[in-house]
Write a protein that binds this ligand. Sequence first.
Ligand code: BG6
Length: 455
Amino acid sequence: MDKRIAFFILGGTGDLARRKLYPGIERLVKKGKLGKLVGLYALGREKGKIEEFEERFSKELSVPFKFIEFDVRDRESYRKLIKEFESLQGVELIFYLALPPDLFETAITHLGPTLRNFTNPRKIVVEKPFGFDLESAKRLNFQLKRYFTEEEIYRIDHFLGKLQVQNILSVRFSNYIFEGIWNKNFIDNVQISALETVGLEGRVSYYDRVGALRDMVQNHMLQILSFLAMEPPAVMGAEEIRDEKVKVLESIRRIKVSEVKDFAVRGQYKGYREELGRNSTTETFVALKLYIENFRWEGVPFYLRTGKKLKEKKTQAIIVFKEVPGNFGRLLGCMPQQNKLAFEIAPKNRLVFKFQVMPPSGLLACTVESSMEADMAESIGEPPEAYETLLEDIVSGDQTLFIREDESELAWEIVQPIIESWREQEDLYLYEPGSYGPEEAQKFIEKDGRSWVLV
Ligand code: BG6
């Protein structure tokens, strides 16, 4: 018999719920992948714009969709839930905190006691950013663990629901041709770029408290880095895969607060303060260099950069290989050329390999770059939306693509010195909207004799 489940979406009238969660749940219901969904509860302060979902779920899909007027900070609101729970005996309750991050703790500490007298199986899904720094993340984990077991906690990072991010592991661990050269002997550097053209799109008050480092680097980008750098697990299991990611995070060299300026650059697009209506040192751009101190990666820099209002929307993870010793180009005095393997996550799902070939003028001229490309949509069809994949995993209980407690704290440990240094430092560089970020981000990588690449 299908498992019976009910979703309680806290922040159920908000942007995330409307843009990603309800459409994702709807597609899963249509595909018959959710077991038996006996209730979808939208918890929010005002009903707002959710009528269309109410209509479609209740009428077309026969899923009871209910709006409950709810204030996360108000104890009375939780009493209303008790009434609902009483009618849901034996049903798995899935609580999704689609809330501003400063409300997570309040929600958890109220929800926990509210559930006390119920024996229903339960899960809690927590959105990112998971905390504001290491200390608050630890506190959040502590509160979660008071009421839920780790198996019931789903710390979500929607990048892990992206097919091309998962594909990093398939490509790495299923192809001799790549795995054999996936190390410091052959790789010069690794670059992860998450460039966005959008600005803040009405999220100014959230974003100004958070900034690019917490919004993108602590989670999405470190997750991509872990997939690129981890060792293959001995067993295909959620714990084993996450154990390997944890080892990567543990091996990342900790930057000292006093060295941050050599390892990180922050920028803000011109016009941000006007948009905000006040002064602010929140970064809308970050470039960062990290080293992983283990046998595989010793000495190989991992460069990360992300920003808003940049020239193009592009998310790519690129392996830049070393220059071939004694290569033809070098013998002919040409510019050195390096092979590149790129996982493009946006705008398309592509795997691109860039390599050198003979130019039309023949063997004794500088080689030119050519490329081989695999379009994932062509090989496996259009991937599902990231949230759809993750919602399905939550329901089925697969935690592989969710952040474990230790992982969440280690990722904060890595960015913590940067947070601390930026609290004190003045060096925030302004950049033109539509550019690739501040000049200093270029100089930052050029001083290592390298440049940013995209394919
Ligand atoms: C979110 C960030 O987690 O990821 C946003 O909060 C960012 O600021 C978004 O725009 C990028 O995700 P995607 O899937 O659009 O590349």
